[in-house]
Design a binder for this molecule. Structure first.
Ligand code: FES
Length: 173
């Protein structure tokens, strides 16, 4: 084929159509993934397989896009999410004890979810509250600082009692 014969306008036009179709699907995909996660709390594989068929997008591409965003999860999560800060200040102020207290109390390792689905325990980088290190964030909304073993045990008991379910600590008791 002679390069001179190429109709650039036509080529761009076709490429534009292809891109917009693909982009449209990706736009639908991200919105749909958010909805799925809202409903299930994570992205179940069988639901993603169905979505892959519906959108005619390869499952691998869906995973590739979904894993790019930290907000998506691929396994069931607990009713409470406990994020233990592992930033420098919290590390220096003894977050190791906090981690082991929480792990032992819920019988789960960091990164895991308790068998009764009451909690998922994760770590997080500095949350900007170093003055009250060591710090834990519950359900992305409640920052609890100046933790020691005793205070952490009280926090664990509150979580077990469901005080944080629904996002905000219930202090009516
Ligand atoms: S290092 Fe934990 S809040 Fe800054």
């Amino acid at each position: 084929m002679n390069v001179e014969d190429l109709n650039i306008k036509e080529m761009i036009g076709n490429a534009g159509k292809i891109l917009s179709e693909h982009d449209r699907k990706k736009g639908v995909l991200i919105h749909t993934l958010q909805k799925i996660q809202q409903d299930y709390g994570y992205l179940p594989e069988d639901v993603l397989k169905t979505l892959s068929k519906k959108l005619s997008l390869p499952l691998a591409e869906i995973y590739s896009i979904a894993t790019f965003y930290k907000t998506f999860h691929f396994s069931p999560r607990g009713r409470n999410i406990v994020n233990i800060c592992v930033g420098t200040a919290c590390h220096v102020k003894g977050n190791k004890e906090i981690i082991s207290t929480i792990e032992n109390a819920f019988n789960v390792k960091v990164g895991g979810t308790a068998a009764d689905m009451s909690v998922t325990v994760e770590t997080v980088g500095c949350v900007g509250c170093c003055a009250i290190a060591p710090v834990v964030v519950v359900n992305s909304s409640e920052i609890v600082g100046d933790l020691n073993i005793q205070k952490t045990t009280s926090l664990v008991n509150e979580i077990k009692d469901g005080a944080f379910e629904g996002g905000i600590r219930d202090e009516t008791d």
